[in-house]
Design a protein around this ligand. Sequence first.
Ligand SMILES: Nc1nc2c(ncn2[C@@H]2O[C@H](COP(=O)(O)OP(=O)(O)OP(=O)(O)O)[C@@H](O)[C@H]2O)c(=O)[nH]1
Ligand SMILES: [Mg+2]
Length: 419
Amino acid sequence: MYIDNVKIKIKSGNGGAGCVNFHREKYVPKGGPDGGDGGKGGDIIFETDKNMRTLLDFRYTVKYYAEDGEKGDTNNMIGASADNYIIKVPSGTVIKNAETGAIIADMITPGVQVVVLKGGKGGKGNAQFATPTRQSPNFAQPGQHTKEYEVLLELKTIADVGLVGYPNVGKSTLLSVVSAARPKIANYQFTTLSPNLGVVSIYDKTFVMADIPGLIENAHEGVGLGHDFLRHIERTRMLVHVLDAAGIEGRDPVEDYNQIRTELESYSEELSNKPEIIAANKMDLPDAEAGIEMLKEYLPEKKVFPISGVTKEGVKELLSAVSDMLETLPEPIIYEGTGEILDELVEDAYDIYKDEDVFVVEGSLAERILASVNVNDYDSMTYFHRMLKKHGILDDLRKHGAKDGDTIRFVDTEFDFTE
Ligand SMILES: Nc1nc2c(ncn2[C@@H]2O[C@H](COP(=O)(O)OP(=O)(O)OP(=O)(O)O)[C@@H](O)[C@H]2O)c(=O)[nH]1
Ligand SMILES: [Mg+2]
């Protein structure tokens, strides 16, 4: 089975919580705070693996979660950070944000890593909250919590030249005689079921050629196959359109040519506009001369190269024409990714509105502040008050008309408003 298109769920690890603890020693009745910070959660990192060819592995596992950071401990011990989770993908994998469609990364060069989700930061332990006036902070910060995201992985092979053509015309045979690739070759349609890549050397030039499955199934019934496979030649710089000039099995090379062109055009304008060279194959067979005459007549403006994958006649001329054409063409398209997914929700945002007589404060910033306080602790509440001041929330409440003694619902906890 060949898989080149999957959707997976990824999540970096949460940060570990900071610890609340006070130093205890014999004969030392009241030690200082010594709760350590939490550890960082693991990142989600993608890495290009040169040994992978498909996305098949992703078919069986949908969730990729990095571990959470460890909690902070007593005695100022920092919690251990979690290992990063490395997800390996084949070269040519485009990673997209499933929700927005934005390209996050284009994984091309083997070994290169891209951090797509950063692990949550660990929370500060209570030792960090000690000040001369607050010697026994009875609270610590929770670790940063992370969110699950869905990403699409699409394999879009990187090659210079794409071989296209009707099934059984000899595309794989051609690739096998011009490169070290050993695709399966057989005398029936749809021998090739997944793309093959080969490196072609001609004189002092090299380029990569991609062979994809034949594009038309049951063409007489008008059923097309393999639009999905066209993804693999979307990023090529040019096409070699292989035709069976001998027209075996009663085929007509002009008709085959038109059918494939229709497929390319219905896929995308970009693909159908790629420069194209025609390889009229099977020239070793008796009917091929007539076939090539038909082609030349029908396509007077196209370059038609007579070749035989079996005798190798004409193959060198074809390759050198391909190589010359590549010289004039731009490099394969590599997408610019947005990199790490940054969640806007993590940004400091809050809302204030009035619900009857109650002033409501909500939003990610409000949640974050509330999570870092212990509402039953006096010191913690003065810290809370300072945080509200620092972020301008007190001023904002006043602007909304809040006065001493009014009720404030902060996320889900109610307080009296005090200046
Ligand atoms: N006589 C002759 N036979 C050829 C030539 N090239 C390929 N063949 C034969 O044509 C048949 C199909 O060849 P493949 O290379 O598998 O064709 P393909 O276009 O890759 O076919 P699919 O992968 O099924 O689309 C095989 O039996 C080949 O041996 C040629 O130049 N001359
Ligand atoms: Mg083939």
